[in-house]
Write a protein that binds this ligand. Structure first.
Ligand code: SIN
Length: 538
């Protein structure tokens, strides 16, 4: 491997809605290097079905959207951040529409947007593009980004580590100055030096065996930021989406919560509706309750899935409102207009992440984090449906404003050593990567899933320590590959999730412990913060 150095004003890592939106908003302020693991259009955002929550209806109000968000967050949202995001929503939506995003309109009144409803929302307020909202937005943003000469896109590039260097202007405090990035095709590690580095790497749901997410969500940003010494918050709050398609051939296929919003009913395989026994909003309960209810029903019955039934709605409506879900399920031999859909919960969204302030600043100067990788304080202990694309848009905007101001401060690039390849030889034991990968995801699913206990967490913790040691030895002794980078990251993030869950000795939002089934506001109405001063591999 040979080293190569690239300098840029802004290094953006990740090409989902947050990264692209930030890039488009700063392109006239400086040069942008946009690094993305696969194709520019591949990201979690692309798979978002439901939509974006925003107050656009005259009967709705900011106060109600704020209240629903706070209620879902179960005491841990930052009310100032919730207010900021909810109030900014209509402006961010307007910008998307100006960019060309086509949200669905009402069939009976084409002048109005068709607002969807999802769990935890007291009103219809979700703008959507049928059931492929993320794909519609991502396509518009990708097209716009491709048209900008100052955005250089590095596809098939995966960040390995952040680069920090002492900042003489800040008393020698470490400042983020870019990242080492593996070019998957050229098979070499390049040094990217930047004025400002922006993590927009998405979440970490791939840490779990079953997930609604694409293969890219390995918690890379969280792991890199942690290793660099950033503050990481609330990693115990992993959101499990209640309804992913249960089918041996279906990988990670989500059945949007909008299906429940349009009247879908969760039933046991024997046909008994059960949600009314768990929450006053029944099938419109927030996700934490719905996922736990399904888990409880499955444990009671010993079955491997429940059913989501929308067959009572007219077939033409179902086909128009959910064309993508209808089509995909048909491919698996399920006609959702006639047959209830087999579903199970799966890991979906990381509510915790790299802690940021309202402008996207992390605790490391020069490093911003936006989108799912960040913990802004919006989601608290459980995210309200369709608030995530909104958060990504709002904080991309906030961070872009900050970055535009700060680019005026000159920051000469430091001299940094090229990536050390040491005495690496080609890896021949790919089987170790595959085995550890599977073991981590399985143990996280079994021991650190929807329902947790002290014993299960302890078990997971011990297994992870051993696995991390093994992975680390492998990491420094062999030439790194994308698989190995991701394996090391999921091991780190799994450790962060377990460490955070072990600290929270109560049940709140998405964190439910059999040993502490009650909420304890006196001791635990606070964020769980993890930080390492100097990262030491186990
Ligand atoms: C869904 O369509 O159910 C997912 C929406 C979200 O995660 O907010």
């Amino acid at each position: 491997m040979t080293a190569k150095e690239i300098t840029t004003d802004f290094l953006v890592i990740g090409s989902g809605l947050a990264g692209l939106s930030f890039s488009l908003k700063t392109v006239d302020a400086g040069s942008i290097a946009l690094v993305t693991k696969q194709d520019i259009a591949e990201s979690s955002s692309r798979y978002a079905q439901g939509g974006i929550a925003a107050v656009t209806d005259r009967d709705d109000s900011f106060a109600e959207h704020i209240r629903d968000t706070l209620q879902a967050g179960d005491g841990l949202c930052d009310p100032k951040i919730v207010e900021l995001v909810v109030n900014a929503a209509p402006d961010r939506i307007r910008e998307l529409i100006e960019l060309g995003v086509r949200f669905s309109r009402r069939p009976d009144n084409r002048r109005e947007y068709d607002l969807g409803r999802e769990g935890g929302h007291s009103r219809r307020r979700v703008l959507h593009a049928a059931d492929q909202t993320g794909a519609e937005i991502e396509q518009c943003l990708v097209e716009a980004a491709r048209g900008e000469k100052r955005i250089t896109v590095f596809e098939d590039h995966i960040a390995v580590n952040l680069i920090t260097a002492p900042d003489p202007a800040d008393g020698g405090r470490p400042r983020c100055r870019g990242a080492y990035v593996l070019d998957r095709n050229g098979k070499r590690v390049k040094t990217f030096l930047a004025h400002t580095t922006i993590l927009a790497t998405g979440g970490a749901a791939k840490v779990y065996l079953y997930t609604s997410n694409p293969d890219t969500t390995a918690g890379d940003g969280m792991a890199m930021a942690y290793r660099a010494g950033a503050r990481i918050a609330n990693m115990e709050f992993m959101q499990f989406h209640p309804t992913c398609l249960y089918h041996p051939r279906a990988k990670s296929f989500l059945i949007s919560e909008a299906v429940r919003g349009e009247g879908g009913v969760l039933k046991t395989r024997a046909g008994r509706p059960f949600m009314a026994a768990y929450h006053p909003m029944a099938d419109l309960a927030p996700r934490d309750t719905a996922a736990r209810a399904i888990d409880a029903e499955l444990k009671k019955s010993g079955e491997d899935h429940v059913l989501l039934d929308i067959t009572h709605r007219p077939a033409a409506f179902i086909r128009r409102r959910f064309p993508h879900i209808h089509r995909q399920c048909r491919e698996f031999g399920i006609d959702i207009t006639k047959t209830p859909i087999p579903v199970v919960p799966a890991a979906h969204y990381s509510c915790g992440g790299v802690q940021t302030d309202p402008r996207g600043r992390t605790s490391i100067p020069g490093l911003l984090a936006i989108g799912e990788v960040a913990h802004t304080g919006l989601h608290g202990a459980n995210r309200l449906a369709s608030n995530s694309l909104l958060e990504a848009l709002v904080f991309a905007d906030q961070a872009a404003e900050l970055a535009r101001e700060e680019i005026a401060i000159p920051r000469p690039f430091p001299r940094v050593p090229p990536w050390r390849i040491g005495k690496a030889v080609d890896a021949s034991e790919a089987v170790m990567v595959a085995h550890n990968w599977d073991e981590i995801r399985r143990l996280m699913w079994n021991y650190v899933g929807i329902v947790r206990s002290d014993k299960r967490l302890e078990r997971a913790w011990h297994r992870l320590q051993n696995l991390r040691k093994e992975i680390n030895e492998y990491y420094w002794n062999f030439i790194i590959t994308a698989d190995l980078i991701e394996l090391r990251n999921i091991a780190t993030v799994a450790g962060l999730i377990v460490a955070s869950a072990k600290k929270r000795k109560e049940s709140r939002g998405l964190h439910y412990s059999l040993d502490y089934p009650k909420k304890d506001d006196r001791r635990f109405r606070k964020d769980t913060i993890l930080r390492t001063k100097r990262y030491r591999e186990p």
